[in-house]
Ligand binder design. Structure first.
Ligand code: OGA
Ligand code: MN
Length: 220
């Protein structure tokens, strides 16, 4: 029998925060099937569907001068969340509550949050990667939130989380509607397997502030 506590359902109440904090502390990642209020999930899904495909751009790897689109590594399309709409604003507010709650519980010093919608057309993937390299990034915690109604096991598109060695599989997560995954950005290599149908997620990162007068906090 597993001794893991059951993931709570419902909004960002104390229980959800406690659960996420406890999982991050003991395992370094958390999978929460329904953390975000259902009405907010629906709102986000509607907004996503209303986004013009022209607003999605091929995702790249690296930042600024390093930025490059490499279709052998990832083939998703992205659109950054701005927060002026009800759904995106609600999601960013929810993440702000989470940021404050996690800072209180784990003293992570999380400073801000950035997130984008991602659309993976059928067959698209994101090969095994780390979201942050030790000492080279201000991304501390990665979040992935899924917006795929009625996702079937045969649809594929799993997020596979590997142990730090990059070899053993820790978790194979189906990208189901309303599910949230959170993990330490520098620790867990992960990949997105190709899916049979269009696959939607919101990928985001809590960051610490590394800016100084000489080196501004790098923009995305
Ligand atoms: C990412 C990422 C995972 C997913 O965008 O960096 O790893 O399941 N996304 O969409
Ligand atoms: Mn990633």
């Amino acid at each position: 029998m597993s001794t893991q506590p059951l993931p709570p359902r419902g909004p960002s109440d104390g229980d959800t925060l406690d659960y996420i904090a406890e999982q991050l502390e003991t395992r370094g990642y958390a999978v929460i099937p329904a953390a975000v209020p259902p009405a907010l999930v629906d709102r986000l899904f509607i907004e996503l569907k209303q986004l013009d495909s022209a607003e999605f751009k091929p995702a790249g790897i690296g930042r600024q001068d390093d930025f490059q689109v490499n279709r052998f590594v990832r083939s998703d399309q992205i659109c950054w969340l701005q927060g002026q709409s009800e759904g995106a604003g609600g999601f960013l507010d929810w993440m702000e509550q989470l940021r404050q709650g996690l800072n209180r519980r784990l003293f992570l010093g999380l400073f801000d949050y950035e997130a984008h919608f991602a659309s993976y057309p059928p067959g698209a993937f994101y090969k095994k990667h780390l979201d942050a390299f030790k000492g080279q990034s201000n991304r501390v915690l990665s979040t992935v939130f899924y917006l795929n109604p009625q996702w079937q096991p045969s649809d594929g598109g799993e997020l596979v989380i590997y142990a730090e060695d990059g070899e053993s599989e820790l978790e194979c997560v189906r990208p189901e509607y309303g599910k949230l995954v959170i993990f330490l950005s520098e620790v867990f290599p992960h990949e997105v397997r190709p899916a049979q149908r269009e696959r939607y997620s919101i990928a985001g990162w809590f960051r610490v502030n590394n800016s100084s007068a000489l080196v501004p906090d790098p923009p995305r």
